[in-house]
Design a protein around this ligand. Structure first.
Ligand SMILES: [Zn+2]
Length: 101
């Protein structure tokens, strides 16, 4: 059985991640990279509280695009600002904590 390090409850009873998801300061913006490729960059999710790999996987599946986790941020190939926000909200993040730049 896995026990949460923060609250000491078994992982299936722990709500730390749900609470954390409501108190992030997330920004979503576009970045141009080499060869003028556009990337949607999601910044500000605390990787100590939330698994960025899991969120990245969810986004990639929903958007059918490539993506990576790099230096505490998620980079998705292509322009997905609005849809990425909707997916994060569906995953439990509070809408008011997500800012699109
Ligand atoms: Zn916990």
């Amino acid at each position: 059985m896995t026990v949460c390090e923060t609250c000491g409850l078994p992982q299936e009873l722990c709500v730390c991640e749900s609470i954390a998801k409501e108190s992030q300061k997330i920004t979503i913006r576009l970045e141009n990279k080499r060869y003028n490729k556009k990337y949607t960059v999601i910044d500000g999710i605390d990787d100590k509280e939330i698994s960025l790999d899991q969120i990245c996987k969810k986004l990639k599946e929903a958007l059918a695009c490539g993506g990576t986790v790099k230096e505490n941020r998620i980079e998705l190939q292509g322009e997905h600002k609005q849809r990425a926000k909707q997916i994060l909200i569906a995953a439990g993040f509070a809408p008011e904590t997500i800012i699109i730049k």
